[in-house]
Design a protein around this ligand. Structure first.
Ligand SMILES: [Zn+2]
Length: 137
């Protein structure tokens, strides 16, 4: 490989330049953003089913989690938030990372869809209420 200091060609895998002694290194791809995004996805996907399972266990009294139940539940409740924070960190620190870019859009689209569902629910409830009030008048 080529020395960046003196442009001497060195033998492959050499750690130092044979002419000027500069350290030679192969720039390794930083996997940190990919790992951050992967953890983010896992947290985002794991939160809801685990909370559902906890609720189910609590309702059916199949398992006695006791006073830890609430703490456990709130920990899993903030998982999506942690997931978003991890994605933002990956996005800000590694703007060129494709995984973080795609993940950001997936989260934005997911958020918009969630808002739309919420809006439709509220609107349909509103119409239902108006129907009810029409019934009374
Ligand atoms: Zn050199």
């Amino acid at each position: 490989m080529k020395c960046k200091n003196c442009n001497t060609m060195n033998v492959p895998n050499a750690t130092f330049c044979q002419k000027c002694g500069m350290p030679l290194y192969t720039p390794q791809k930083d996997r940190t953003p990919d790992i951050l995004c992967l953890i983010s996805v896992v947290l985002m996907l794991a939160g809801a089913p685990i909370r559902k399972l906890l609720l189910e266990l609590n309702r059916n009294n199949l398992a006695y989690i006791g006073p830890f139940y609430r703490i456990l539940y709130s920990i899993f409740e903030i998982l999506p938030l942690v997931a978003i924070v991890l994605m933002v960190i990956a996005r800000v620190k590694y703007p060129e990372n494709r995984f973080a870019k795609i993940l950001m859009w997936v989260y934005i689209i997911g958020f918009v869809v969630m808002l739309l569902v919420l809006a439709i629910t509220i609107l349909s409830c509103g119409f239902a209420l108006r129907d009810c009030s029409n019934y009374y008048y």
